[in-house]
Design a protein around this ligand. Sequence first.
Ligand code: ADP
Ligand code: TYD
Length: 208
Amino acid sequence: MTARGTFLTFEGIDGSGKSTQARLLAEHLRREGRDVVLTREPGGSDGAEEIRSLVLQGDPDRWSAETEILLFTAARRDHLERTIEPALAEGKVVICDRFADSTRMYQGLSRGDLRGLVDQLHKLMIGREPDLTLLIDMDPETGLSRAKGRQGAEERFEDFGLDLQQQMRAGFLGLAEEFSDRFRVVDGNRDMDSVAQDVTDIVMVALR
Ligand code: ADP
Ligand code: TYD
């Protein structure tokens, strides 16, 4: 029988602390002697990292809404084939900063209601959900100011402003209800260590 690992994802609005919590969790699990792959989307494989710069840099109107869904899904397919599935087959814990729930939200909501298209493409080309998804829930104003504090070229969605962040927060909480079997909501409006403690407690139960 093939060994199967555990696939954990972090979701939430920009600046909610996903990357920080994903890193702290990876460090914790490694200290416990677990084999961990820490990865992110868009990206996480050579090809997907190339697609990342295509979708997050340059003119925001560079791609139509539909093409954008295809690009995020193409990146995910490469990431899944080359990074995620091989690691899970070796029994590792894969921690991924964003996954398909981000496409359901950003591409599904930000430029009209395209959720149906996102779901169809997901079923056709990805067909896999995480074992556990940690939603770091965060006040949108705080999230946006934290995200803006990071200077960089990848400001594609942060530039949509507070309205979109509010819509995304509500959307993510809705997803947590829709997929309540695999989602856990963590209050991100606290210091890093308190958030990390909740994350660890939830994950340790899942890994038992
Ligand atoms: P995300 O990956 O969700 O965009 P990050 O983990 O990159 O978020 O965090 C965004 C910024 O906020 C970073 O500068 C990070 O150091 C800071 N940060 C993360 N978590 C907290 C927290 N609980 N309290 C205060 N600042 C935080
Ligand atoms: P990320 O690097 O996680 O940004 P942040 O640290 O600010 O949360 O993701 C970059 C951007 O990509 C983010 O604004 C959300 C967007 N995104 C999508 O629009 N669709 C997707 O499927 C994914 C994975 C990310």
